[in-house]
Structure formats: structure tokens, C-alpha cells
Design a protein around this ligand. Structure first.
Ligand SMILES: Nc1ncnc2c1ncn2[C@@H]1O[C@H](COP(=O)(O)OP(=O)(O)OP(=O)(O)O)[C@@H](O)[C@H]1O
Length: 256
């Protein structure tokens, strides 16, 4: 089943000089897929993510999420759609510092009026899966970056959104914490059949995806799929990036 359908999408930033940031983008993400988007700086990754996350409007083309065109919804319905159908994980975690870890995680459920027993059940489930049981009552300034990102992942997934959108989720983490977070996302993708789209510069993070789509100068240029092993996939990602000017070749940090 298609969860995300992007057809002939275009974005022109208007200004003194108009800038065409995206052109003829076609992209489909099926239920349960984990897809990475990679490309050089300025290639249009954030623009694409902003269109899909309904933060910014496309100039042309169409986006459907779970069959719904979010841009046809009223302001109020769009806010509810975003909260229920989309989960967000950002580089900067975006947690509320005055709340505890648990309060941050349940925030989307609180806003939707889910009852306390159900809330506690879901927090337990995700806290266990993400290994953050022991920090649920801490404030967010008392936890590490890796723990903060795992908290953000729990918050993004707690209401079982149709699509989870992650923007450089490992950008602020050291390599060990980054690997942990990617392993968690991979696990949640498998166990919860969560559909995920990840924008990243980092080939190691992208190697946890099942499919990586490459963007250059506002157009999708290629896509590759994970085969049998992750270090081979990592090498293919690096090769593709080098070809489109994303990054230089480098030895694999992955040990299978
Ligand atoms: N609000 C804006 N107004 C005008 N041009 C913009 C705007 N936002 C982005 N752009 C331009 O659109 C292009 C794509 O930008 P975008 O941020 O999507 O790239 P990116 O691939 O996410 O880059 P990075 O990896 O550096 O974050 C860039 O050339 C950028 O300068």
C-alpha cells in the first residue's frame, strides 16, 4: 500500500530572482518502508522534506499521504492531520525543557485526549524498545544527546503515525550514539511496521535504510536498494554520492 505519493512536484522560491529548488519529483513510499534521501548541499533535500511535512507549499504537482492531499485541508484539519498522521524527528531533538522525558513522549497523546492507562501502556512499550525506561522522570537537560534523540523518536512514533519524517536525526550525535539511534529506528521500522523517510548527509545512517534515493539540483537522479549486507550497501551509497558530488570516497566504518 502506498503511504506517500509525490507526483511531478515542483518548488520555485520567489524573490528578486526566482529559484527552482525542485523539479518533476516523483516518489512513492510504501507501507513499512524505510527510505533515505541523500544529495549534496543545496540539492533540495530540506525543501522536499518541508513540502512533505506540510511546512511549505509546493508550487506545482501533488502530494498524498495515506491517500489524503494535506494541502486541500483547512488550517485546523491540517494541524490535526500533522499531529495524527505524521511523526517528526529533528537534528535538534525539539524537546520541551520544562517537561520530563515521559511528558515529552506523551505530548501528542495528551493533545488528542488519549486516556491515562492507554498512555502509560504505550510509553512503557516504546521506552522499553528504546532503552529509556530509567530516564522517564528526568528533565531533558539531565539526559545525553543520544537519550534525547531516542526520546524524540518515541514521541514521533507513540501515536503510530502513517509516516515518520526524520531530518538529520544523527547530526548532533557522536558516532556511537548515532549508531544506537539508527539501530532503534531500524528496529521500530521492522517491529512496528513504521513507514519512515530520512534525510541525511551521513552515509552510515543512510545504510540503515532499505532504499536510498539521490537528489541533485532539485531532481531525483537515482535510487539504490539494500542487498544482503550493510557494508556493501554503504559502499554503494558512497559511490553514488561521489558521482553526484555529495562526498569524497572514504573507507567503510561499518563492521558487519
Ligand atoms: N526560502 C528560500 N528562498 C530562496 N531559496 C531557497 C530557500 N530555501 C532554500 N533555497 C534554495 O533552494 C536550494 C535547495 O535548498 P535546500 O535547503 O532544500 O537544500 P538541501 O539539500 O537541504 O541543502 P543542505 O544539505 O545544505 O541542508 C538551495 O539552492 C537554496 O539556496
Amino acid at each position: 500500500m502506498e503511504i506517500l505519493t509525490v507526483r511531478n512536484l515542483g518548488k520555485v522560491y520567489k524573490g528578486n530572482v526566482n529559484y527552482e529548488a525542485l523539479r518533476n519529483i516523483d516518489l512513492t513510499i510504501n507501507q513499512g518502508e524505510f527510505v533515505g534521501i541523500m544529495g549534496p548541499s543545496g540539492s533540495g533535500k530540506t525543501t522536499l522534506l518541508n513540502m512533505i511535512s506540510t511546512i511549505d507549499r509546493p508550487t506545482s504537482g501533488e502530494i498524498r499521504i495515506g491517500g489524503e492531499d494535506p494541502y486541500r485541508l483547512s488550517h485546523q484539519k491540517l494541524a490535526i492531520f500533522r499531529r495524527r498522521e505524521l511523526g517528526f524527528v529533528f537534528q535538534s531533538f525539539n524537546l520541551l525543557p520544562t517537561l520530563t522525558v515521559k511528558e515529552n513522549i506523551v505530548l501528542p497523546l495528551t493533545l488528542d485526549g488519549v486516556n491515562i492507562d492507554e498512555m502509560n501502556k504505550r510509553v512503557q512499550l516504546f521506552a522499553e524498545k528504546l532503552g529509556i525506561n530509567d530516564i522517564l522522570n528526568k528533565r531533558t537537560y539531565e539526559i545525553s544527546g543520544g537519550q534525547a534523540q531516542r526520546t524524540a523518536v518515541a514521541r514521533a512514533l507513540i501515536n503510530k503515525p502513517k509516516l515518520v519524517l526524520a531530518d538529520e536525526p544523527t547530526g548532533n550525535l557522536d558516532s556511537k550514539a548515532a549508531r544506537d539511534v539508527m539501530e532503534m529506528l531500524e528496529k521500530l521500522n521492522k517491529e512496528e511496521q513504521a513507514t519512515m523517510m530520512l534525510v541525511t548527509h551521513d552515509a552510515v545512517s543512510a545504510s540503515y535504510c532499505q532504499r536510498v534515493v539521490f537528489i541533485k539540483d532539485g531532481q531525483l537522479v537515482n535510487e539504490i536498494r539494500m542487498g544482503t549486507n550493510r557494508s556493501e550497501f554503504y559502499q554503494k551509497i558512497i559511490e553514488n554520492l561521489s558521482r553526484i558530488g555529495g562526498t569524497a570516497n572514504e573507507p567503510s566504518p561499518i563492521r558487519d
